[in-house]
Each structure stands twice: as structure tokens, then as C-alpha cells.
Design a binder for this molecule. Structure first.
Ligand SMILES: *Cc1c(COP(=O)(O)O)cnc(C)c1O
Length: 372
């Protein structure tokens, strides 16, 4: 049996990509905001239904520089979630700011807006929630809190590409949102990222920061870095964006098969869809409850024995990472910890055959029977 991984990058036809990069052999303009970069920027603004987007070499640099662009005083606090990928927290810490972890909601694993206010101090400057698995945060409640306390809101929307919430592109919520175009995501430019922002001024600062802080030929006015997206990445993005609707539709087919097959398996809890969200089917997380009889790690192992590589995604929580261990008390976010012990994300990607989904579901079904 072939190995099935949790994800597999979609690619355009080779000829389509070759056609897209052909001009580069004429112009020899390979990076630094070239033609492809500009074309990709416009196409994304259009597709995401947002006024502004700045492109980056990857999502992480986009997030890190968005925080830097906001010029918070050193040591300021940002309220965020521990149930995320390393990038979210690292982006805060690498800016000399302090992450303050808020627990998550049990139903969709996003930050629990009800718990944010209690964590606000006179050092709090921003909230950095994550639309984890493409589940959209309680954006209205979060904005209300931000308005009351005059905080910035930056969304890590790495998982939410192409989604709409209440009919609006998700990038329109908060002061800024980060999308990742990494090869493992729903939509990719090999590596890449895009920051959507509300204020025009932010675009200028991001432009400067991702280009070493250079203002013009003789003036360098910020301690920036290199965050630019190159032309080959932009060309891949342009090609993939042509097929995004098919990509999402093919993921939907996998998603629906999982739901149909796993709905009634005892002890396997599925996420309930949110009717306010137009989804992208980025991930398929399941929660292994006590009723299943085998623990999450056992299920993970059982699948692995059958050449299926599901992921314990996200485990451990960020506040349990070696690099942060002594900084935080993980008992302060018990729901995140509990979910991280029970969650398993199953393979989902456009090319995944329904027979393979069935094979995965058969194993989960048998596991449930065996455990009874
Ligand atoms: C992928 C990801 C990122 C970082 O994106 P890269 O493009 O890989 O740098 C940030 N946050 C979350 C939640 C992610 O999953």
C-alpha cells in the first residue's frame, strides 16, 4: 500500500507553470517586486475580496514583520492562543514582546473570547488569535474587546485562505491578517505568505521592513530584514489561484466522505460546521474521546501501521515547547492541553481518493469495535 500523508501539495500542469515563468528568461527580473509579484498581488486582492495585501517569502516573516510594523514598546503583552503552530508565538517573542496565553473554545478550538478580558493588563497592546483549521474566531466579540481597550487585532489566518465569514472575505476582520502560502496549505506559492491590512500606511511600513528597512537609495530608516517573494514563487501562486475553486471542491468531496463515514463512530468527535463560514476544508481534525476505548496515540499508531500518517496537530501546545517551558504554566490553559492530547488530523487533500478515505474510516471503525 502506498503511504498516505496528512497532506499532499497540489500543482498546476507543468506546461502551465513553464508558460508562466517563460517571460523571466526575457526580463531576467527574478525577485524584488517584479511583474509576477505585482500580478499575483492584484489577483489575490481580487480573490480574497480585500483592499490591500503585501506579499512575503513565507507566512512567518509576514507575521513577524506585521507585529514589528506596529511599533509596540518592548516588553508589551499580546494575548494569543497556545493551540497553534510554533510560528504564531515565535513571531511575538522574536519581536521582544510577551505572549499571554488565553484558553480556547471546546467546540471549534479558537481563542475563547470570553476569557480575553481577564488577561488584559496595562501592558497589553494586541490580540493575536488564530483561525485554527480554518475555523473562524469570534471576530465580532474580539473586535468589541479591542475597541474597548484600544488594542490591535492581528489574525493568524494561515489556515483560512479563501474563506468567507458572514459573506465577507475573512481577511477583512481585525487590523491585519496573515495568510500562509506554504506548500502544505490549501493554496500555495511553494513558500510564501500574504498580509492583508486595513490602513494604507501599514503597506508602506511592510514594504520597507521586508526590504531591509530601505526607504530609498541613500536612506535606511528601519531595522528590516529580507521578506520578499521571488518571481518563481509568485508565478506558482498565479497558476494555483486559477484552480483554487476546483481545489476546494475536491477537498470538500473528501470532507463529506469522512463526515458520512465517521458520523456514527462512537468516541470519534467531529467538528460541527459553522453556517456563518464558507469553508476551505483545509484540515480534518477528529477528537478521540474516552468512549472510543483506544487513546489518541494508539489510534495514531494503528493508522501508521497501515501506512497512514495522520498528525497530532497541534500537540504539544506551544506553552509546553522546550523553549517556553519555564515561562508558562500550562495548567492555565487546560482546555487547550486536553484537546492537544486528544486531537488527530486525518489526511485531506485534493488528490486523495475516496477509496483511501474509506480505508482510513474502516480502520477507525474497526478500532472502535475492537476497543468495546
Ligand atoms: C503554516 C503556518 C504559519 C506559517 O506559515 P509559513 O508560510 O509556513 O511560514 C503560521 N501560522 C500557522 C497557524 C500556520 O499553520
Amino acid at each position: 500500500m502506498d503511504k498516505i500523508f496528512v497532506t499532499r501539495s497540489s500543482m498546476p500542469e507543468l506546461e502551465e507553470y513553464v508558460e508562466e515563468i517563460r517571460d523571466l528568461w526575457e526580463t531576467h527580473w527574478l525577485t524584488n517586486m517584479g511583474v509576477k509579484h505585482e500580478q499575483f498581488t492584484e489577483a489575490l486582492e481580487d480573490f480574497l475580496d480585500v483592499p490591500n495585501i503585501s506579499l512575503f517569502c513565507n507566512g512567518h516573516m509576514g507575521l513577524e514583520m506585521t507585529i514589528q510594523a506596529m511599533n509596540f514598546p518592548k516588553g508589551s503583552e499580546i494575548i494569543t492562543t497556545p493551540f497553534t503552530f510554533a510560528s504564531t508565538t515565535h513571531a511575538i517573542v522574536r519581536n521582544d514582546l510577551k505572549p499571554v496565553f488565553c484558553d480556547i473554545r471546546e467546540d471549534n478550538y479558537t481563542i475563547d473570547a470570553e476569557r480575553i478580558e481577564a488577561l488584559i493588563t496595562d501592558k497589553t497592546v494586541a490580540i493575536l488569535p488564530v483561525h485554527v483549521y480554518g475555523n473562524i474566531c469570534d471576530v465580532d466579540q474580539i473586535q468589541k474587546i479591542a475597541d474597548t481597550y484600544q488594542l490591535k487585532v492581528i489574525y493568524d489566518a494561515a489556515h483560512a485562505f479563501g474563506e468567507k465569514y458572514q459573506g465577507r472575505g475573512v481577511g477583512n476582520y481585525g487590523d491585519a491578517s496573515l495568510f500562509s502560502f506554504h506548500a502544505t496549505k490549501v493554496f500555495h506559492s511553494i513558500e510564501g505568505g500574504g498580509v492583508v491590512y486595513r490602513e494604507e500606511e501599514m503597506g508602506e511600513r511592510l514594504y520597507q521592513l521586508r526590504n531591509f528597512g530601505i526607504t530609498d537609495a541613500e536612506n535606511v530608516d528601519a531595522v528590516g530584514a529580507n521578506g520578499k517573494m521571488n518571481e518563481f514563487a509568485a508565478a506558482m501562486g498565479i497558476c494555483n489561484l486559477r484552480h483554487i475553486d476546483t481545489e476546494i471542491a475536491r477537498r470538500k468531496r473528501v470532507y463529506e466522505r469522512y463526515i458520512e463515514r465517521l458520523r456514527d463512530v462512537k468516541g470519534v468527535r467531529l467538528s460541527a460546521p459553522d453556517e456563518k463560514v464558507l469553508p476551505n476544508y483545509a484540515y480534518f481534525p477528529v477528537l478521540i474521546e474516552d468512549a472510543y476505548g483506544i487513546k489518541r496515540d494508539g489510534v495514531h499508531y494503528m493508522l501508521e501501521k497501515n501506512n497512514i500518517f495522520a498528525r497530532k496537530y497541534f500537540y504539544p501546545c506551544v506553552n509546553e515547547f522546550g523553549c517556553y517551558k519555564s515561562w508558562f504554566d500550562t495548567s492555565e490553559t487546560p482546555i487547550a492541553r486536553e484537546i492537544s492530547y486528544r486531537v488527530l488530523t486525518l489526511p485531506i487533500y485534493a488528490d486523495l481518493a475516496l477509496e483511501d478515505v474509506d480505508r482510513i474510516c474502516d480502520i477507525l471503525e474497526h478500532g472502535a469495535c475492537r476497543a468495546q
